[in-house]
Design a protein around this ligand. Structure first.
Ligand SMILES: [Cu+2]
Length: 380
């Protein structure tokens, strides 16, 4: 409805229809193509209010310019000397009031619709971590982390070739290892929180942007019309790596979604560690290699050589080859102020495995192991 209106106004302003090609160019600089009801409402509101602002601009500055030029002193005009004209004062109070109400009504409607998270078809809990997103599908029981997939060296490489690779990648800093998969045509409720600092989950094409705050739960929702891959980012400002925790949502047909859930469950079952199992060094090392590939090698590289000076080598490192406690502490707590974040969110087995792997790989041959019980002790 509103969009019809806006088009009407657009045509009227243009007089002839030649405003339309201009609007097409402008669309490159406009909001993303909306993919949900809410995003469409936001888009239409933005256009409506933009048009209102333009009309006001033209009317006010038109009147001013006209008065300045046509009524200037040099052509003999004298200022009128009237004060306190009640009619004029009432008119210039009522007109802006009506305009403001006219903008507030549709805006309030949209805000109320945005906040209406009632009767969802499914719920996903999203948790912000430094610096990745965790997703828990509450009904399906599927859980995973989603991290930036753009290789670190392509981010830090400032050589001409590095820049070329970067420019050639249309999804630079907007690609992840595990996208969020959702069914089309279903109301998805997102509940948000954070584990460490404030993050913000933002997918522009869905009209969704919500802060994730430690100790609080916020919610929002979307219902995607068309299958596709939609990209967003953490929109939090303070903290140097929020720009490196993108969001990728893959909307698929409901049947495909059901298949995806089944696959994820199988995958999770395969990764499930038996908490009562007593691991040998070799078993931990084998498990640790997988944890390393999933969590550490973007920075420290598959060969453990890192990319110094930004990311230190673990092969031959004093920490990875030194006392067990220091090594465990560093990985568990991270090193504040550096890109080495805390990996507390990994399970006891995963942490024990990855540390054992690091202590016994490449040039590191400590021959010792960290057991899941060691990690458990640290959590107390
Ligand atoms: Cu963030």
């Amino acid at each position: 409805m509103i969009s019809k209106w806006i088009k009407g106004i657009g045509f009227a302003v243009a007089g002839v229809g030649n405003l339309m090609p201009m609007l097409a160019i402008a669309s490159d600089y406009n909001l993303q193509t909306p993919q949900t009801v809410i995003a469409r409402e936001i888009y239409d509101l933005h256009t409506l209010i933009f048009v209102i602002c333009c009309v006001i601009f033209v009317v006010v500055f038109g009147a001013m310019t006209y008065s300045i030029i046509m009524h200037r002193k040099s052509v003999g005009h004298k200022a009128e000397q009237f004060h306190e004209n009640t009619t004029v004062e009432i008119i210039w109070t009522i007109i802006p009031f009506v305009i403001l109400i006219g903008m507030a009504i549709p805006a309030a409607k949209t805000i109320i619709a945005m906040k209406d998270t009632s009767s969802p078809d499914m719920t996903i809990k999203v948790t912000g971590y430094q610096w990745k997103w965790g997703y828990d599908y509450l009904q399906e029981g599927v859980s995973f982390y989603s991290s930036l997939a753009t290789p670190r060296d392509s981010i830090t490489d400032n050589s001409p070739e590095g820049r070329k690779t970067r420019e050639a990648n249309p999804h630079y800093l907007l690609e992840v290892d595990n996208p969020v998969v959702v069914p089309t045509g279903k109301k998805v409720r997102i509940i948000l929180t954070a584990n460490d600092v404030i993050h913000a989950w933002w997918v522009p094409a869905f009209g969704v942007k919500q802060d994730a705050i430690p100790g609080f739960v916020r919610d929002t929702w979307f219902k995607v019309d068309k299958p596709g891959v939609y990209r967003g980012q953490c929109a939090e400002l303070c903290g140097k790596e929020h720009g490196f925790m993108p969001i990728v949502v893959e909307a698929v047909e409901p049947e495909k979604y059901t298949q995806w859930v089944a696959e994820q469950k199988k995958k999770m079952a395969a990764q499930q560690d038996d908490p009562n199992k007593v691991f040998t060094l070799d078993e931990l090392k084998a498990r640790g290699e997988k944890v390393y590939a999933a969590n550490c090698q973007v920075c420290h590289q598959p060969n453990g050589m890192g990319t110094p000076p930004a990311f230190p080598a673990l092969s031959g490192s004093k920490i990875a080859g030194g006392p067990k406690d220091a090594h465990l502490n560093l990985v568990f707590n991270g090193k504040p102020g550096t890109a080495m974040a805390s990996f507390k969110q990994l399970s006891d087995v995963e942490l024990a495995a990855v540390i054992t792997f690091e202590r016994n790989s490449w040039n590191n041959k400590t021959g010792d192991m960290i057991s899941p019980a060691d990690v458990k002790n640290l959590r107390k």
